[in-house]
Write a protein that binds this ligand. Sequence first.
Ligand SMILES: Cc1cc2nc3c(=O)[nH]c(=O)nc-3n(C[C@H](O)[C@H](O)[C@H](O)COP(=O)(O)OP(=O)(O)OC[C@H]3O[C@@H](n4cnc5c(N)ncnc54)[C@H](O)[C@@H]3O)c2cc1C
Length: 484
Amino acid sequence: MTTRPNILWFRNDLRLFDNPALTAATQDAAPLICVYILETRHTDRDLGGARKWWLHKSLIALQTSIEARGGRLVLRRGDAADILVELANDTGAAGIFWNRRYDKAGRSIDAQIKTDLSNNELAVSSYSANVLVEPWRLTTGSGSYYKVFTPYWKALQKTYSPPSELPAPDILTPLEPVASDPLVAWNLHPRNPDWSIGFDDHWQPGEAGAHDRLDAFLNGPLATYQDSRNRPDISDSTSGLSPHLAFGEISPAHIWRRVQDLITSNQTSHDDAMVFLSEICWRDFAYVLLFHNPELTQKNYNPAFDLMGWRSSDRDLMKWQTGQTGYPIVDAGMRQLWETGWMHNRVRMIVASFLTKHLLIDWRHGEDWFWDTLVDADTASNSAGWQWTAGSGADAAPYFRVFNPITQGEKFDETGAYVRKWCPELRGLPKKSLHSPWTADAATLKRAGVILGQTYPRPMIEHKTGRQRALDAYSKMKEIRDAQ
Ligand SMILES: Cc1cc2nc3c(=O)[nH]c(=O)nc-3n(C[C@H](O)[C@H](O)[C@H](O)COP(=O)(O)OP(=O)(O)OC[C@H]3O[C@@H](n4cnc5c(N)ncnc54)[C@H](O)[C@@H]3O)c2cc1C
């Protein structure tokens, strides 16, 4: 009698190392069907363009690693439940294995598949792989989920110790023949135009790229992370691991183990390392918020914000999207995003504050733009980040904290290298007026070759005016809420 195969369903865990579902599926040396499904039904939202680019490359990398071990990656597009039933029936599979996901649409698909497919003939098993701690595990003294980050971080440090690492299997035995789509037929990579040219210079999607990035970060920038993480003008001041984590090319548990090893062997400063691990925990915390508030991508966490008098202006939104606001730090960020699919965290906060406060445009428009343009776009971190900045989120920045784009630029892009890189038309301006070109005198502008309103826009709204308008809108919102 031939051994019945197992099915491993890859989702946002495109890795072979430290992959619990893969380890479990290969335990009994049965043939393995590795499948990736481009899910077309039941998903809340299409993949954004930048993520599609990454996915294309990451699947090629995964395919290559699987083939190097003798296996094969089956690609299918459609409804995951239908595809898995068909695969299981056609191959007589004994088990289906996957790592868990935490968004609303994903969870309901997975629950349905588990109910429909689990029976005596077929076992469906799921594992924790993509967060440090699953979002329902840690609760406060009163039994509710944590709504504030710092106590969550403290609780996690007290209870978490990473599981032992799981080696990648040496050999994968495929079951031939199983039909597979050609990857190119999925049209994930942009064509006509191919706007991704700049992306290749910045990223190496796939598991090997993730580990290279982690090594480079641990061997250098980690040592000064605490101070330099807020400085977009210092290149590689942060790890750049976010897209690798978003696609599950590396596990947070592995990052934790590597950093802990450095701390234990005194090879890095304890404080810098712990600040870095706390950022990894912010990612977990975003999943906690999403898990307990499945509508976080669409609904204000704080319902008072349903009464907010947002402005509607396609023209203003487009100026923001294209980096033409007239505020150099904002424009630099939006252009970095467009060209590389990524933006520095400090600048994400500045541009998000500018959109929701100075322009008084609903955070959902910004979240949507980020969703389409970020290679690391993540349901939990993106909506939590936007709601936090807009003031409508859990543990949010208070609404009255309106980032001043001039002083933020001067403080965090202290050398000006960031603005000079992404807004080259301002390169000739001295530091003093780099973040506020309209304050430069005529001779300075002339020397720098800047003609305001022509080579670089004037500010679309004056800072004080924008700030006051936001504060007024907030007071009005509170007034209406209190009167209800
Ligand atoms: C408006 C807004 C939108 C955001 N959207 C996303 C998103 O879609 N996807 C995403 O991964 N991050 C998002 N972030 C969080 C953060 O900006 C990025 O995770 C970070 O910039 C990624 O760069 P890095 O890998 O070099 O980070 P590092 O500083 O090296 O941090 C290491 C890892 O910790 C995690 N992390 C760090 N900061 C945060 C944070 N504030 N929230 C959650 N996780 C964090 C990331 O996984 C990151 O890779 C958003 C933040 C804001 C303010």
